[in-house]
Structures are given as structure tokens and as C-alpha cells.
Design a binder for this molecule. Structure first.
Ligand code: TPP
Ligand code: MG
Length: 623
């Protein structure tokens, strides 16, 4: 230790490490979690982690929620983290318990969610011997963690836990795994709790230089058609206020990724909503230009209106669901890319001006610079063009002949075609009844896209969705996590029948733990998103995408009312439009968990639609 550090420590005793009484490894772990401010852990026990559960029973600060499947626990911890910004914590035993966490860990990695996943491990002496319930979870998760630890020395527990939370929550957040062998849990020592940690080579908040930020302002001044393309980085970087000030000061229109929904208020005139495969047509045109619609991709692309000449890509990663054919994405625009993670720069799309920086700092500084030296331009012709696009192609739907004549109407509505509930209507109704203030989670599929299209998000952390990994089964457990973090807010899972069924067991967690998260199933009896691709690319040939009972298509299968009843969770089925609003209000008013099973046709397609790997010239958008 250097003399100065020594002197600092003497001058500032609060930074000194603290020695505790003699404790077991498990007790030390729990004490460390308490010191990190953890108030909830989603944990499922087993032989290799029960010692830690024993210690948890003695904690006065930590609530242990028992999920009914480890995947549910991991997703719940993620829901907690996405809603609150604080690390979510989940725990499982070794072997199958640990492997059941992997999807959640991968999900947190893809969407940069702070997650600390703890696993019990077989005793050190048995590692590598193929002991009962031994898996190398450390090795197995290496490609999907921000960092991981296998603790082999009880004295290391306090430092490692402190580091794990620091790494998970700072810089570009992500999942950190801690694997703790049983013998280390059982050993005893007097722990030393560090107050500070030092991670060599770990820079959590790089800052753009004034020169770089001035260059961006210069580019804006030269531009005629700028667009802000912003993502989850704005939300994890707590930079929404700065973005708002910057957008208002420059009058640059804002489109977000799905991860960025709520980073900028979607009802604002500068909002272009979200872009990409199922994003707003006008957002895609604003970024890429407008083209005559091609029938086949070999036809030349004929441009009818220019798109952005300057793309400010902030806290985004040029995901393929956003860009389609990445070469053609914003082909003629100058691209400025700011990201906190250097590995994102030039990964998918080369940037003309790449900058590694904390986005809150960069946007805040630019907003301040613009106060001193405002931009002269107002971009009036550009705003006029965008207004025209918005008017021409808003998100929309209509009751088609196909629906009216479908099996659905025949089997479930029995001639009352006018009463058909389209899935989009359900989200619109929810938006109206909750006044746009609810926290939404989703499964993965068509319902997920409609939730993002028809609910206008006002704030960050309102849409919690498995975006990068696209993990079905995410919605309801994530809603439980969000509701634990914010018990006073309305948390609603918009789910698909396929996705909901994947973690249906979490209804038990909701009831037993009194977590009043609501769920709406847009029940189309199909894996709707795959059906949509079958319709578009495989002449509607069904490849195992029907979820109902083929022997009895008139019956809704499975019966969620009966299922929910067995969990003691109230559930209503809604088939007719006249019943929708009142039933939804009953669900919202309930102080308990509640399930709304809304029967919708499977014939709807999510539009707009840019087929994978294609361009804006291939966008199908006319309803
Ligand atoms: C765990 C998992 N398995 C498979 C898929 C592939 N997949 C994507 S969407 C989808 C259909 C989802 O069906 P449902 O939850 O009913 O939603 P819908 O599209 O009908 O609204 C499938 C199978 C996936 N994303 N995740
Ligand atoms: Mg479905």
C-alpha cells in the first residue's frame, strides 16, 4: 500500500475495512448481500445451496422469494433489475438448478441487465469427479456473463461479492455469476468486509472530449436531415433527461430501439416511435429514405425521398432486427456512434465518428454547450416530410374479411363477427385504462410487438421485454420481479399463450408470495409469430405451430381458467369486444394477481414487416 493511500485511510476511517465475528461462508455471503443493499433474492434451494437458505432464514433485511422454477427466478430477478436499475439477485443449487438459470443469464447479457446469479457448487474435493449434481456452470456460462467467479477461499467472499455488484451495475451493466462450493459455505472464519474495491483496467465511465462533442454539434449544423437513433444505453445510463434537453435544443427527431422504448416520451412531436423489423414505417423511412416497394429483393431499389443525412446513434448496437441488411442501413448518412462499451464500436456498422463515452455525460455536456451557442437551424422541411410520413403510415389495423370468415369467428364468436377482439385493441384498451402509466412486461412473439406498438411509453423502465435473446416465458416472472420492486405500481404482463405456458408455474409464486402482478394472455391458440412467417414464406404450411387440441378445435386449450383456479389466482376469459374494457378494469382493480385470457384470432400479422436481412424497400406496411 502506498504512503498516500495509508494516509487517506487514516484521515477517512469510513473507508477502512471492517472485521466481523466468526461466521460460516453462507452467513458471510448473506451479510455481504445485506451490505450491498439487497432487499430481495429469488432463490430455489437444493443440496448444494441449502446452507445459504439456512442463513437467509435468519436475515432481517432480505426477502427470499421462492420461484417455482429457477428460470422463473432468474427472469424475476431481471424484471426487478430492469424496473429499478438495481442489480437483481437470483440463486440456485448446483447441476440442474444452475443450468436452469442459464437462459436468464444469457438474457441479461444480451440486454445489458445488472444481474448477480449465485449458484451452490459441489464440495471442492468433488469438482471434476462427476459428483452428484455437478456441472461446470462457470465454464458453461463464460460466453454470456460480464464476469464470473468460482470461490475457493472463504476469505475471498466479501471482496468477490462487492466486486460482483460493482461490475454488474457499472459501465455497461450485465450478469455476474458467483459459484460457491459447499465446503466453502460450511467453513468458518472472521470475515473482513472491504469498504472499497480496486479493479485494475476497469474503466466504468469513459467521457467524450469537448473536441469530439463540438464535432458532433458542427455536424448537426451542417446537416439537413438529422435523426437520433437511441437505445437501451440511454435507459441504463439514466440519460433520458439529458436526451430530452438535447432533442428539444436541436429539434432532432428521435427514434428508439425496443430496448430504448420510453427513453424519450413517445407522445412527443419529435418522437418517431421505434424502428426496425416491426417498427414504425416513418421511423424506418426517416433513417433509410423512402423507396418504391419491391416485390423481390433482386429488383433495384428506387428511392422516392431522402432519409437521414446524419444519424446520431447513441447507446445502440445496430442489432439486425433494427438494421435488416446492415450495408443498406442509413446508407447515405453520416453516422456518429457513442457507446460506453468500446467493443460495440464498428462491430456491426462502421461509424464515421465513433466515440466511447458515458452517454449521460455526453448528452448533458452537449445540451449545456447548445445553451451557450444555440443551433441556428430549425430543420423545417425535414419536419414537414416526417409529418407527411407519420400521417401516411401510422400503426394501424382493421377487421379484415379473412378474420370475419375465419375458423376463429365460427368456433368462438359463433356468428357475432362484430364482436371480434383483435390483439391490437387489447393493448389500446390497456393504454387508455392505465393512462399510459403501467409497467409492461411481455413474452416473445406477435403480442410483444403489438404491446410495444400500441402502448405509448412515457418513461424509461416501463417496457421490460426480452429483446436481444427473445426468450419466451419471460413475461410473467419478470412482472413478478417488477412488482416486488414497485408494489404500488400497476404491473401488467402482455403475454402469448405459448410464452405464458412456458413459465405458468409462477402463478404459484404470485399467489403464495402475494405479488399482485397481472397478466393478459393474447390467446390465439398458436405460436403466432411463427405462423406469420409460415404465411409469408411457406405458403401457410403449419409446422407444429398449433397449440390447441387438434381433436377438438372448438375448445380453448389449455383451459387457463381451470389452471389459474388450481393456483388460487382469479382468471376471466373474454371473447366478445363488449366485455373487454370492464373485464380489464376488474383485473386492474384487483389487489391480487389476476389473469385475463383474451381470445383473439390467429390470422393477424404484425405490420409493418421488413423480412429478416432485407431493406426498407421490402417493407410491407399497408394494412
Ligand atoms: C424459448 C423460445 N423458444 C422458441 C422461440 C421461437 N419463437 C419466437 S416467437 C414464437 C411464438 C410465440 O407464441 P406465443 O407466445 O403464443 O405468441 P404469439 O406470437 O402467438 O403472440 C416462437 C415459438 C423463442 N423465441 N423462445
Ligand atoms: Mg400465441
Amino acid at each position: 500500500m502506498s504512503k498516500t493511500t495509508e494516509a487517506n485511510k487514516k484521515a477517512n476511517p469510513s473507508k477502512r475495512s471492517e472485521r466481523g465475528p466468526s461466521m460460516s461462508g453462507s452467513e458471510i455471503l448473506v451479510a455481504c448481500l445485506e451490505r450491498e443493499g439487497v432487499d430481495t433474492i429469488f432463490a430455489y434451494p437444493g443440496g448444494a445451496s441449502m446452507e445459504i437458505h439456512q442463513a437467509l432464514t435468519r436475515s432481517k433485511k432480505i426477502r427470499t422469494v421462492l420461484p417455482r422454477h429457477e428460470q422463473g427466478g432468474a427472469f424475476a430477478a431481471e424484471g426487478y433489475a430492469r424496473a429499478s436499475g438495481r442489480a437483481g439477485v437470483c440463486m440456485a443449487t448446483s447441476g440442474p438448478g444452475a443450468t436452469n438459470l442459464v437462459t436468464g443469464i444469457a438474457d441479461a447479457y444480451m440486454d445489458s441487465v445488472p444481474l448477480v446469479a449465485i449458484t451452490g457448487q459441489v464440495p471442492q474435493a468433488m469438482i471434476g469427479k462427476g459428483g452428484f449434481q455437478e456441472t461446470d456452470i462457470y465454464g458453461m456460462t463464460l460466453p454470456v456473463v460480464k464476469h464470473s467467479y468460482l470461490i475457493t477461499d472463504i476469505n475471498e467472499i466479501p471482496r468477490i461479492v462487492k466486486e460482483a455488484f460493482h461490475i454488474a451495475q457499472t459501465g455497461r451493466p450485465g450478469p455476474v455469476l458467483i459459484d460457491l462450493p459447499k465446503n466453502v459455505q460450511q467453513a468458518r472464519t472472521q470475515p473482513v468486509f472491504p469498504k472499497e474495491i480496486h479493479l485494475r483496467g476497469y474503466t466504468e465511465d469513459p467521457k467524450a472530449s469537448d473536441l469530439e462533442l463540438n464535432e458532433i454539434i458542427g455536424l448537426i449544423e451542417k446537416s439537413e436531415r438529422p435523426v437520433l437513433y437511441v437505445g437501451g444505453g440511454i435507459i441504463t445510463g439514466n440519460a433520458s433527461d439529458e436526451l430530452f434537453r438535447f432533442a428539444e435544443a436541436t429539434q432532432i427527431p428521435v427514434t428508439t430501439t425496443i430496448m430504448g422504448c420510453g427513453a424519450f416520451p413517445e407522445a412527443h412531436t419529435l418522437s418517431l416511435r421505434w424502428l426496425g423489423m416491426h417498427g414504425a414505417a416513418y421511423a424506418n423511412w426517416a433513417v433509410n429514405g423512402e423507396f418504391e416497394q419491391r416485390k423481390i429483393p433482386s429488383e433495384p431499389m428506387r428511392k422516392t425521398a431522402h432519409g437521414a443525412d446524419l444519424l446520431l446513434a447513441f447507446g445502440v448496437r445496430f442489432d439486425d432486427r433494427v438494421t435488416g441488411n446492415v450495408q443498406k442501413f442509413c446508407e447515405t448518412g453520416t453516422i456518429v456512434h457513442i457507446d460506453i462499451d468500446p467493443s460495440e464500436i464498428n462491430k456491426n456498422k462502421p461509424a464515421n465518428l465513433p466515440i466511447v463515452s458515458d452517454i449521460k455525460y455526453a448528452l448533458g455536456k452537449m445540451a449545456a454547450m447548445l445553451k451557450e451557442r444555440p443551433i441556428g437551424k430549425k430543420f423545417a422541411p425535414w419536419h414537414a416530410q416526417i409529418a407527411k410520413w407519420k400521417e401516411r403510415a401510422p400503426f394501424g389495423y382493421r377487421v379484415t374479411d379473412e378474420v370475419v370468415k375465419s375458423h376463429h369467428v365460427r368456433d368462438h364468436l359463433k356468428g357475432q363477427e362484430k364482436e371480434v377482439i383483435l390483439p391490437q385493441m387489447v393493448i389500446e384498451t390497456l393504454y387508455e385504462l392505465t393512462k399510459g402509466d403501467a409497467i409492461l412486461t411481455t413474452g416473445v412473439g406477435q403480442h410483444q410487438m403489438w404491446a410495444a406498438q400500441y402502448y405509448k411509453f412515457k418513461h424509461p423502465r416501463q417496457l421490460l421485454t426480452s429483446a436481444g435473446l427473445g426468450a419466451m416465458g419471460y413475461g410473467y416472472p419478470a412482472a413478478l420481479g417488477a412488482k416486488v420492486a414497485f408494489p404500488d405500481r400497476q404491473v401488467v404482463d402482455i403475454d402469448g399463450d405459448g410464452s405464458f405456458l412456458m413459465n405458468v408455474q409462477e402463478l404459484a409464486t404470485a399467489h403464495i408470495e402475494n405479488i399482485a402482478a397481472k397478466a393478459i394472455i393474447l390467446n390465439n391458440q398458436h405460436l403466432g409469430m411463427v405462423v406469420q412467417w409460415e404465411d409469408r414464406f411457406f405458403e401457410g404450411n403449419r409446422g407444429h405451430t398449433y397449440l390447441g387440441d387438434p381433436e377438438n378445435r372448438k375448445q380453448i386449450y389449455p383451459d387457463y381458467i381451470m389452471m389459474a383456479k388450481s393456483f388460487n389466482v382469479p382468471c376471466e376469459r373474454v371473447i366478445f369486444r363488449k366485455d373487454l374494457s370492464a373485464a380489464m378494469q376488474r383485473m386492474l382493480d384487483s389487489k391480487e394477481p389476476y389473469l385475463l385470457d383474451v381470445i383473439v384470432p390467429y390470422t393477424e400479422h404484425v405490420l409493418p414487416f421488413i423480412p429478416a436481412g432485407r431493406t426498407v424497400a421490402d417493407m410491407i406496411w399497408k394494412v
